[in-house]
Ligand binder design. Structure first.
Ligand SMILES: Nc1ncnc2c1ncn2[C@@H]1O[C@H](COP(=O)(O)OP(=O)(O)OP(=O)(O)O)[C@@H](O)[C@H]1O
Length: 794
């Protein structure tokens, strides 16, 4: 179309709008609009050009750009100037063998000029194009960097594949936003500091050995591919950078990228990065989605891909391959497995090695899988005082408890005795014990291994005592997967400064160990708040004396000692309501309520007390695997039932219910995010929430929720009915009063004895048995004291 009318041809003419008519235009000799000769000449030239291909050919050979060629290559008609003349403003002359384009001095109105793949050395004509916005002179023979006066509006310049060696000050090119200078011979970046609009800069395949001169440019894209860089530097202020290509250099470290928080893509292919740990430098770049380390030595490292995916969990593409969800999960499970995964793996390991042992008749004092052995597990962060409290408890209640001694590979602290505090063993022995299937659970902590053997519990049981243990959270998770069903009491520091000081005063730990211990407080608090009833009780341990008083109170109530002392009849009433339980069958010793006594469920089959098979460990697991109500539902039901019970027995939420405040809105939603495995362990004990606060006077922390939930009428109706039936059927034999007890669903499923069972095994606690014991157990004693009393690592 542009070649059909002479009028339009004339629009492309330099004569239409002389440079002088534009205030910004540099002085250039151009015919004025009034000059009829100019227009005539142009029309003539173009006509000539159209008629004679020969002439055109001839012009090309010379490499001199002619007006005819210009006329045939202009496009994009637009209105221009005050008079709104029609002008072409786009000239495209690629691959014309041009070397002389001086004629373009006359084309002052061009806005876009494409001259790629020619033989141009001189671009000075551009000085006459005040309106030029885009210039592409790539693949030419230009030596002179920006050898023209700055067009005011010049935004995009492509000078790739030329022969330029030195950059110059471009502060006059204030509109410049995109600059491509690939394949030149620059050895230094300079002169760009004032280009305050420059967002795209490419200097690929030059000879740059150091990144400099970028100041704080607003770059969003930077390519320095194929240079001679050895380190990443000078980028720290490029806060807008989103895409960075540093491939094909000799870079060894990712240091220098850590502040570029908008980076979304980094190409570091074909460099010399050897360490996976280098990824830590870009770990905090939360917008980073695409990273390529192809062709780096680091790729040969074992588990390279999983490690990188783990370190950079926001990545969606690594080494040009999509990061899959499976890879993300596997990497987390490998390098920072959730507690459930750690516990499941540990449980599986111990179980497999145990099953691998030649099957022998085991002379066990422990009750069978169907009647759990009473255990008390004190848990909490290291050095929180649980060990001291456990020892003290075992001293005061020595008739009922003694200390279960774990194995550890760590050396004894000053004052610790082998066989009293721990069985101190070598790594090799510990590993052998694993192979021999000795452990019920193990865990790594602080570079050492800890483990509870079946024998350790057996030793205590043989004495007719209940076993008291202390362990970290992972141990609890693992133990919950076993057939033991202890009571779990969490000791948690609520004043972190005080806790830190206590750890420091012990003089046993390095700052890193202290940091780790302190950081784990949150883990415990989180577990408590997100897993209803996971712990049976939570006791703050900022003040050890107070904590101990609470502990002994809790334990007394577990064992119904107070009720006995005070002549109360609650225990008797429990006995009287037990199905198939004769009063004379009551165990002679106080009892510990097991963690699952209070399992509250609406599944009749799961709670049928006459179903003895339920108590079988494997049946229990199968039952857990069956589809069931989701934890949020169960928790909600439990809360509501508890509300009813509390209302009936006239109990208000206990003092510790406020310890870890939770909101009714957040807890269920968090629960829903747990995996199925975590529900299992939770279900086996979570009901203790209701039990702890309904039957015990010291409620569990989970009781905090009790006042928050809106009662569900149907559930309340059901619970009220159940309780009514119970109380009607269960007159207290001693007092004749109606005893308030938990509904049958609150008891250990299948229990045919008191709901507070199991009993401490008494069979072997006889003087004879004790006197036959060749190595009487040392009496429990306080553990390593506080206050830094000359603690030396053994
Ligand atoms: N079998 C086990 N399973 C899990 N955790 C265990 C086990 N045995 C001990 N632990 C726990 O491992 C952590 C480190 O044990 P260590 O004996 O070194 O602690 P500590 O410095 O003496 O502090 P604490 O007074 O809490 O025991 C402690 O929190 C301890 O309770």
């Amino acid at each position: 179309m542009k070649e059909t009318t002479s009028q339009l041809f004339s629009s492309a003419s330099p004569s239409c709008c002389p440079p002088e008519s534009h205030p910004d235009a540099p002085s250039a000799k151009a015919p004025s609009c009034d000059e009829p000769e100019g227009r005539d000449m142009e029309i003539k030239q173009v006509t000539l050009c159209k008629r004679s291909g020969e002439v055109k050919q001839h012009t090309k050979k010379n490499g001199v750009l002619t007006a005819e060629m210009v006329s045939s290559c202009v496009s994009h008609l637009g209105q221009f100037g005050t008079g709104l003349q029609h002008l072409y403003h786009h000239l495209s002359l690629p691959s014309r063998n041009l070397s002389d384009i001086s004629i373009l001095c006359n084309y002052v109105n061009l806005q876009k000029l494409e001259l790629q793949h020619n033989k141009i050395k001189d671009l000075s004509c551009v000085s006459h194009m005040p309106y030029l916005v885009i210039l592409d002179a790539s693949h030419n023979e230009i030596f002179n960097f920006f050898g023209f006066q700055p067009p005011k509006n010049l935004k995009e310049v492509n000078l790739c594949h030329n022969h330029m060696t030195k950059m110059k000050d471009l502060s006059a090119y204030s509109s410049l936003s995109k600059l491509d200078l690939d394949y030149n011979r620059f050895s230094e970046i300079s002169g760009l500091e004032q280009c305050c609009r420059l967002t795209h800069l490419s200097l690929a395949h030059n000879k740059i050995s150091r990144i400099s001169g970028l100041g704080s440019l607003p770059l969003t894209y930077l390519c320095l591919k194929g240079n001679q860089l050895e380190r990443i530097e000078g980028l720290e202020n490029l806060k807008n950078l989103q895409v960075l290509d540093l491939s094909m250099n000799s870079i060894t470290s990712l240091s220098g990228l850590q502040n570029l928080c908008l980076l979304g893509s980094i190409n570091l292919e074909k460099n010399l990065i050897t360490e996976i740990q280098e990824c830590k430098h870009i770990h905090d770049l939360f917008l980073l989605r695409d990273l390529s380390l192809l062709g780096n030595p680091v790729q040969e490292q074992q588990d390279y891909r999983l490690s990188v995916v783990f370190l950079l969990q926001h990545l969606t593409v690594l080494d040009q391959e999509k990061v899959t969800a499976e890879e993300k999960v596997s990497s987390v499970n490998k390098y920072d497995p959730p507690l459930e995964v750690v516990a499941a793996r540990d449980h599986m390991t111990q179980l497999v090695y145990q099953l691998n042992q030649p099957q022998v008749l085991y002379d066990s004092t422990l009750p069978g899988a169907d009647s759990p052995y009473p255990m008390l597990v004190l848990t909490g962060p290291q050095g929180g005082g649980k060990r001291e409290l456990g020892h003290r408890l075992c001293q005061e209640f020595s008739e009922y408890f003694t200390y279960g001694i774990c194995h550890t590979t760590r050396g004894p602290y000053y004052g610790e005795e082998n066989g009293v505090d721990y069985h101190f063993v070598s790594d090799e022995d510990f590993q052998n014990m694993i192979y021999m299937g000795k452990f019920i659970q193990t865990m790594h902590y602080g570079g050492h291994r800890f483990g509870l053997t079946r024998d350790a519990i057996e030793d205590v049981a043989r004495e007719g005592l209940a076993c008291c243990l202390h362990m970290e959270l992972e141990g609890v998770f693992s133990l919950k997967k076993s057939y033991f069903e202890p009571r779990y009491i969490l000791f948690i520091p609520t004043q972190l400064e005080k806790y830190t000081d206590r750890l420091k005063n012990r003089g046993l730990y390095t700052p890193a160990q202290i940091n780790m211990a302190v950081s784990r407080v949150e883990l415990y608090a989180d577990t408590n708040s997100k897993r209803l009833g996971f712990f049976d009780n939570v006791i703050p341990c900022d003040d050890l004396e107070e904590a101990y008083q609470t502990l002994r109170q809790v334990v007394k109530e577990y064992m119904l000692l107070e009720e006995q002392d005070e002549g109360e009849n609650i225990r008797a009433s429990h006995g009287s309501t037990s199905i198939g339980h004769e009063p004379e069958e009551k165990p002679p010793l106080p009892v510990l309520r097991s963690g699952s006594d209070t399992l509250t469920s609406h599944s009749a089959t799961a709670l049928d007390p006459s179903d003895l098979s339920y108590r079988n460990y494997f049946t229990k697991i199968q039952a857990e695997l069956r589809p069931q109500k989701n934890p949020a539902e169960l928790a909600s039901i439990r809360r509501r039932e508890q509300l009813v019970r509390e209302a009936i027995v006239g109990k208000s939420p206990g003092v510790y219910s406020q310890l870890f405040k939770r909101s009714a809105q957040t807890t269920p939603s968090t629960l829903q995010t747990h995996d199925l495995g975590s529900h299992f362990s939770e279900d086996s004990s979570s009901s203790d929430e209701s039990h702890a606060s309904s039957v015990l006077s010291v409620p569990s922390s989970a009781g905090a929720l009790s006042g928050l939930a809106e009662p569900d009428i149907s559930v309340l109706g059901h619970t009220l009915e159940t309780l009514k039936d119970q109380t009607m059927d269960s007159p207290c034999p001693d007092t004749g009063q109606l005893a308030i007890v938990s509904p049958p669903s609150d008891r250990r499923p299948g229990s045919n004895v008191m709901p507070v069972l199991p009993p401490i095994p008494t069979g072997r606690k006889t003087p004879a048995a004790l006197s036959l014991d060749p190595s009487p157990r040392p009496s429990p004693r306080p553990a390593v004291g506080e206050g830094g009393n000359s603690n030396v690592q053994g």
